[in-house]
Each structure stands twice: as structure tokens, then as C-alpha cells.
Design a protein around this ligand. Structure first.
Ligand SMILES: O=P(O)(O)OC[C@H]1O[C@H](OP(=O)(O)OP(=O)(O)O)[C@H](O)[C@@H]1O
Ligand SMILES: O=C(O)c1cc(=O)[nH]c(=O)[nH]1
Length: 183
């Protein structure tokens, strides 16, 4: 990995990794959690994550679909950096007003690349991808900041969805080892 990504891994690890007992979105429990809001609320770290994502976007991306909540600020910045329009994808359609699941411009018939903060099992991404496909969008890739999925746990390939990560949990683990001088 180039130095700047090593440095980003170390910075994200230091800002976001917390230890304790946590229940995850999937219902799994863990003793380590990445509090994405710790790096998303930091302008420098958010920008570095977004800049790395720009380089990972599939060439056919027409719209950036940021997943509520943590994917939204990242997608907004990637949109600003690329000029691609953003879409803000709710977990559930709003129950009043426009009653939309995804907020922004029209997306039927267009290719949306999902922008997510953390992938653990891929469940949140799966829900969003299937819902957007049901609304006639093409969705084939998610770009996430941190892929912390255990080997075999991310089943997004089963719905023909590719996961691309700025960093994996292994990268963050390695950054800690490097910082302690053992690599
Ligand atoms: O891959 P999964 O097993 O689905 O887990 C990861 C999802 O869980 C978190 O969502 P959460 O609903 O906690 O996040 P929010 O704070 O972004 O709304 C995270 O932001 C991912 O969306
Ligand atoms: O799986 C999750 O819910 C999850 C894991 C994690 O490390 N961070 C987070 O915000 N959500």
C-alpha cells in the first residue's frame, strides 16, 4: 500500500476504533466498533476518505447513492469532488411529504454506485441495492470507507454486487501493528 493509505488507515483507526460490548445493525455482537462519525465529523479525514473513494468509483457511475446516515456526508463530498449528482438513500421511505426512499433527482434507468461508511455483513447495502433496483436503477457496486466483514460474511456477491473498500479491517489492524513498531 502507498504511504498515504497507510497513514489514513492509522488515522482512521486512531479516531474511530473503540472497544467495549456493542450490538451491531445485523444483531451480531462485537467487542470492537468503528465509530464512523468520529472520522466523518473531522474535515480532513472525511476529505481523505472521499478523495480515495473518487479513485475507486466504477467508470459507469452516474449517481452516488449515500446510505442513511453515515453514507450521506461521504457521498455529498464525493459528489462535490467529482461533479456527479448525489442521492440520499433512506432506510425506509419517508411516511409523509414526497414519501420517497431516495432523495435527490430522478434515478430510474441510471447507474447508481452506493457509498457506504462501514460494511459488516452487507445487510444495509443489500436492502438499499434491492430497493433501488426495484425502482429501476442499475446498482452493481458499493464503495465503502471500511470493510470490516469477516471472511465469507459479506454475501453481496450473491446479488451481483461488488464491494470496493478504501480500507479493510485488516488494513486498520496492520496500521496499529506498524504504529507499535512491529512491522
Ligand atoms: O453491513 P451491515 O451488517 O449491514 O452493517 C453495517 C451497517 O450498519 C451501520 O448502520 P447503522 O444503521 O448503525 O448506521 P447509521 O448510523 O449510518 O444510520 C453502518 O453504517 C452500515 O450501514
Ligand atoms: O455493523 C455495524 O452495525 C457497525 C459496525 C461498526 O464497526 N461501526 C458501525 O457504525 N456499525
Amino acid at each position: 500500500m502507498p504511504d498515504d493509505i497507510h497513514e489514513l488507515a492509522a488515522a482512521l483507526d486512531q479516531s474511530a476504533r473503540i472497544r467495549g460490548e456493542f450490538t451491531l445493525r445485523s444483531g451480531l455482537t462485537t467487542n470492537e466498533y468503528f465509530d464512523k462519525y468520529r472520522f466523518e465529523a473531522d474535515p480532513l479525514l472525511l476529505r481523505q476518505v472521499a478523495e480515495h473513494m473518487v479513485a475507486l468509483l466504477p467508470a459507469d457511475t452516474e449517481i452516488l447513492g449515500g446510505l442513511e446516515l453515515g453514507g450521506v456526508p461521504i457521498a455529498t463530498l464525493v459528489s462535490s469532488l467529482t461533479g456527479l449528482p448525489a442521492l440520499f438513500v433512506r432506510k425506509e421511505a419517508k411516511k409523509y411529504g414526497t414519501c420517497k426512499l431516495a432523495e435527490g433527482g430522478d434515478f430510474a434507468g441510471r447507474t447508481i454506485t452506493l457509498i457506504e461508511d462501514i460494511v459488516t455483513t452487507g445487510g444495509a447495502v443489500r436492502n438499499a441495492a434491492l430497493a433501488l433496483r426495484g425502482l429501476d436503477a442499475t446498482v452493481h457496486t458499493v464503495v465503502c470507507a471500511i470493510d470490516r466483514s469477516e471472511p465469507g460474511a459479506n454475501t453481496l456477491h450473491e446479488i451481483d454486487l461488488t464491494t470496493v473498500a478504501v480500507l479493510t479491517k485488516k488494513d486498520l489492524d496492520t496500521s496499529t501493528t506498524r504504529a507499535s513498531g512491529s512491522v
